[in-house]
Design a protein around this ligand. Structure first.
Ligand SMILES: [Zn+2]
Length: 308
């Protein structure tokens, strides 16, 4: 079964300057590596649509959504926080990013594909209900999960987040919603300094000390995530796919490698096959070492395709 590859040129236009690690070159690095690996030719390309306000307002406060539409500058920049900057193209890129995940949900709930990867930026998992945060504007994965639940009628969606940073926005949006199982691994203590205390029946967090390697990550995921996923029996598996825990990525101090991303991706594919008719939606979060990012996405997609 093919995997959809959803992206849009507008996601390259959000550019706050080359000094910033969250930069357009990230998507080019992924695309280049997909071509080099030969994977590009077996993925089904799709353009990401613009997310409409009604989609964004399922997880974000309407006043916050309105403010981002209103604050878009014609020229120059608007600072939302130290890291989170609006340019004239930011809103369009952020709407494409959230729209990609909605489109991915539509695709995997149809007949053509069972898996979809959203090669999008800006990322989303730090975005909170009421505000932008940590280079994230709209919480892309949450927008897609809420669409799957509220519009498409699913009753159980799992969101697994293996970015080096805790997915604070996703957790806060769904922490009181038993229809969502949220599993996040992250370096701790580390930005955004959340997640280490929350552990409920449907929030399963794995804080990892700086220097933790793939063996430790796999042990923790096997002990905590996989039993919770088997118990939850998700009808859709969604992945906040951040690759900034890679050993070559200087954003954090975890020591993950391509094989670790392949391992967790294969495990999640198995969960999806058992309970969700194989349906998986994966959406890019972090990953800033360009070579490692490209190789890790290839390992992730190879595993989702069943190549490893
Ligand atoms: Zn991150």
């Amino acid at each position: 079964m093919p995997i959809a590859y959803i992206t849009h040129p507008d996601c390259l236009l959000h550019d706050v300057g080359n000094f910033h690690p969250e930069r357009p070159a990230r998507l080019n690095a992924i695309h280049d590596q997909l071509i080099m690996s030969g994977l590009e030719f077996i993925l089904t390309p799709h353009d990401a649509p613009l997310a409409e306000r009604q989609h964004l307002e399922r997880v974000h406060d309407a006043d916050y959504v309105k403010s981002l539409f209103d604050w878009t500058p014609d020229t120059g920049i608007v600072d939302l926080d130290d890291d989170t900057i609006m340019t004239s193209n930011t809103l369009t890129a952020a709407r494409r990013a959230a729209g990609a995940v909605i489109h991915a949900v539509d695709l995997v709930l149809g007949d053509e594909v069972k898996g979809a990867f959203c090669a999008i930026r800006p990322p989303g998992h730090h975005a909170e209900q009421h505000h932008a945060m940590g280079v994230c504007y709209f919480n892309n994965i949450a927008v897609g999960a809420a669409y799957a639940l509220d519009v498409k009628g699913l009753e159980r969606v799992a969101v697994i987040d293996f970015d080096v940073h805790h997915g604070n926005g996703t957790e806060h949006i769904f922490q009181d919603d038993p229809r969502v199982l949220f599993c996040s691994s992250f370096q701790h203590p580390f930005y955004p300094y959340t997640g280490h205390e929350s552990d409920t029946a449907h929030v399963v967090n794995i804080p990892l000390a700086a220097g933790a390697n793939g063996q430790k990550f796999r042990q923790e995921a096997e002990t905590h995530w996989l039993p919770a996923l088997h118990k939850f029996k998700p009808q859709l598996v969604m992945i906040s796919a951040g690759f900034d825990g890679h050993v070559e990525d200087e954003m954090g101090q975890l020591l993950l490698q391509e094989a670790d991303y392949a391992w967790i991706s294969a495990e999640l594919k198995e969960i999806a096959n058992q309970y969700a008719e194989g349906r998986i939606v994966s959406s890019l979060e972090g990953g800033y070492a360009l070579g490692a990012l490209g190789r890790s996405v290839v390992a992730h997609l190879d595993a989702l395709l069943g190549h490893s």
